[in-house]
Design a binder for this molecule. Sequence first.
Ligand code: C5P
Length: 209
Amino acid sequence: SGPLVIAVDGPAASGKSTVARRLAAHFGLAFLDTGLLYRAVARRMIDRHLDPGDALAAAGEAEALVPEDVDERRLRGEGVGQGASKVAVVPAVRAALLPFQRRIATSGRGAVLAGRDVGTVICPDATCKLYVTASVAERARRRFEELRGRGEAPIYERVLEELIERDRRDQARSVAPLRIADDALTLDTTRLDADASFAEAVRLVSGQL
Ligand code: C5P
């Protein structure tokens, strides 16, 4: 049989990356958080004083991306996340990042990929697809706590507004919008902590293997 591919999609701060990372360790698979690639493109633009809304410049930066750009420590801020959702609407950016994502998914025993379009575009034939979600208020609360934990001084209302804005941009774009794949199983983590979310994810995935 071919590689085992688990696609984990969902909106910002839904818990998808944490669930996906733990699934990868559990099943002994590689892990890729595809959002980091879009964040790395946005970061390159910010560092070069380019506007993330400039489609042509974004495409150039996506093509110039090198592994050293994908340094998680420099990519987690909300400003980079907003920039990422702007460069992510550019078809040439998505096309430039696609081969790398497919290569990770199909090499070795397989992989768990977290993102927005893994089950719909990157790996439509994935062995198993999860759509991880949570209420927007709960997602804002989690992002707020995460920012506080990093020593920032977030304002809850601002965090909530930015999440709503990012959800809107991710769902409204014409190329690879965030949507639930027809064959995905939904995992709502609103009332689940990280351990309970992971346990439920293992149960859902195991049922599909
Ligand atoms: O998941 P994360 O918040 O790191 O993603 C940042 C942004 O990158 C998202 O808001 C989305 O616009 C974009 N993205 C995407 N497709 C993916 C992963 C992320 O368009 N597969």
